[in-house]
Design a protein. Structure first.
Length: 423
C-alpha cells in the first residue's frame, strides 16, 4: 500500500509525462481492441462447434445469376421442378431443407407478464423497430433434421409440428436470451407455445448468397406449416435464397454440381460448402488485415519503447531520490516494483479510457449488433473474452518493458553515481 501511494504521488508530480503515456495507452489499446474483435469473430465463425449446422457437410444452394419473374419461361419452370426431383432422388444428397427469415413477430402478449426489460431489449429505433419484436426463422422438417443437438432445455419439434394447419397453435423454440423471461409451456401472442430453448451463442446462415450469419440468442424457431402449393417462381427463389443441403461425402460435390447443371439447365445452380464459404471470407479478411497486423506490431514496439523511454526519463529525474533509497538499504528489486506499479497505474487508466472511447465510437454498431444478432468478421463488441485477451497482451507488454529497464539499466545503478558521489 505504501508503494501504491508513493506511485500515485510520483505520477501526480510528473503530470505531463503521465498524461502522455496514458494517451499512448488509450490510443494503442483502442487499435488492439478493434483487431482482437476481428480475429475473435473470425475464430468464432470458423469453429464448427458454434454453428447449429455441421459446416463440413452442409451446403448452400446458389446460382450465378438470379432470374426475375419476367424472365421465366415454361422451360425454366420445368427446370425448377427437375431440380427438386433431383434433390429427392440423388443418392449423394443425404437431405435438404428450407428456411425463411422474413417474418418479424411483434411481442403483443404472453401467458405471463412481459418484463419491461425484455420489451426494451427487443426495440431497435435505428432499424425503425419501435415495438418489441422477435425475429423468427421458419424452418421445414428437412432443415430441422439437419440441425445438430441444439436444445439446452425443454424439447424440440416432432414430425406432427410440421403438419399442423397455420391457424392452429404452434410450438416454438426460443433463443437462450429469452430463457430469462419465458418458461416451458408459456404461450406467446395466444398462439405460440414455448417448447424449449436453444443453446447459447450458436449461429446459422440466413442468406445463401450473402455470407450473412446470425446468433440465435434473441430469435425464435418456427416449424413451417405452410401446406399450400407454391408456383415455380417461388420455388426457384426458395432454392437460391433459402435452401441448404447435406451431403454424405465431400467428394460428391462435383457429382451434385453436374446434376444441378443438367437438371437446372441455364438456371446455373451450384452448391458451396458452408465451412468453405466461411473460410473464404476469413482468408479475404486476412489479406486485408496484413497491413493492420504490421501496424499492430509497430504499435506494440512503440508501446515497449515508449514505456522504456518514459520510465528511464522518470529515473533520471528522480536519480537523487533513488540513490538515497539505495544508500539506505532499498533493493534494486524494490525500485523495480515501484516503477512497475507506476506503469501499471497508467496502463489501467489508459485501458479504461480506451474502453470508453471504443464504446462511444462504436455505440450504434454495438447496439445494433446486440439487437439484431448479426455475426460477421467485422463485429465490434466488448465481450469478456476480448477484454481478457487485450488486457493480457498489454499486461505482457508492460512486463517486457520493465524487464528491459531492469536488465539494461537498473542493475547497473550505483548510489554514489545517483547522488553525486555521496555513499
Amino acid at each position: 500500500m505504501i508503494r501504491f501511494n508513493s506511485a500515485l504521488k510520483e505520477l501526480w508530480n510528473r503530470k505531463i509525462i503521465t498524461v502522455l503515456i496514458v494517451l499512448q495507452f488509450t490510443l494503442g489499446l483502442f487499435h488492439f481492441i478493434t483487431s482482437v474483435n476481428i480475429y475473435y469473430s473470425m475464430n468464432y465463425l470458423s469453429n464448427n462447434n458454434n454453428c447449429l449446422l455441421d459446416t463440413n457437410t452442409t451446403y448452400f444452394m446458389r446460382t450465378h445469376n438470379i432470374k426475375q419473374y419476367r424472365d421465366f419461361s415454361q422451360e425454366m419452370k420445368d427446370s425448377v421442378d427437375q431440380v427438386y426431383k433431383a434433390l429427392i432422388s440423388s443418392k449423394s444428397i443425404e437431405g435438404y431443407g428450407t428456411y425463411n427469415t422474413y417474418m418479424p413477430l411483434e411481442l403483443k402478449n404472453s401467458s405471463k407478464p412481459i418484463a419491461e426489460e425484455l420489451k426494451n431489449s427487443l426495440i431497435n429505433p435505428q432499424m425503425h423497430v419501435d415495438k418489441p419484436t422477435i425475429e423468427t426463422i421458419t424452418i421445414d422438417k428437412g432443415y430441422y433434421d439437419m440441425l445438430k443437438e441444439s436444445i439446452s432445455k425443454g424439447k424440440g419439434f416432432t414430425a406432427a409440428d410440421f403438419k399442423k394447419k397455420p391457424e392452429e397453435k404452434q410450438g416454438v423454440i426460443l433463443g437462450s436470451f429469452l430463457e430469462k423471461y419465458f418458461d416451458i409451456g408459456d404461450i406467446i401472442n395466444d398462439k405460440f407455445i414455448v417448447y424449449g430453448f436453444l443453446k447459447k451463442d450458436k449461429f446459422i446462415p440466413i442468406q445463401n448468397d450473402g455470407n450473412i450469419y446470425v446468433k440465435l440468442d434473441k430469435r425464435m424457431l418456427l416449424p413451417n406449416t405452410n401446406d399450400t402449393m407454391k408456383d415455380s417462381e417461388s420455388r426457384y427463389y426458395e432454392l437460391v435464397q433459402g435452401t441448404l443441403l447435406k451431403l454424405k461425402n465431400k467428394e460428391d460435390v462435383d457429382t451434385v454440381n453436374k446434376l444441378m447443371l443438367n437438371r437446372g439447365k441455364n438456371l446455373q445452380f451450384y452448391i458451396k460448402n458452408l465451412g468453405d464459404a466461411i473460410n473464404d471470407e476469413n482468408v479475404a479478411i486476412n489479406k486485408n488485415e496484413k497491413p493492420i497486423i504490421i501496424m499492430e506490431i509497430i504499435i506494440g514496439i512503440f508501446f515497449i519503447l515508449g514505456i522504456v523511454v518514459i520510465t528511464l526519463t522518470s529515473i533520471l529525474i528522480r536519480k537523487r531520490e533513488f540513490g538515497i533509497k539505495l544508500a539506505f538499504g532499498e533493493s534494486l528489486i524494490g525500485i523495480f516494483y515501484q516503477l512497475l506499479i507506476e506503469n501499471f497505474i497508467t496502463f489501467f487508466i489508459g485501458f479504461v479510457l480506451s474502453l470508453i472511447y471504443f464504446r462511444i465510437k462504436y455505440a450504434d454498431v454495438i447496439r445494433n449488433a446486440n439487437t439484431m444478432g448479426i455475426v460477421g468478421v467485422f463485429d465490434v463488441k466488448l465481450s469478456f473474452p476480448i477484454l481478457v485477451i487485450v488486457f493480457f497482451i498489454t499486461f505482457s507488454i508492460v512486463i517486457i518493458a520493465n524487464m528491459i529497464i531492469l536488465e539494461l539499466f537498473l542493475k547497473k545503478l550505483e548510489p554514489k553515481e545517483l547522488i553525486g558521489g555521496i555513499e
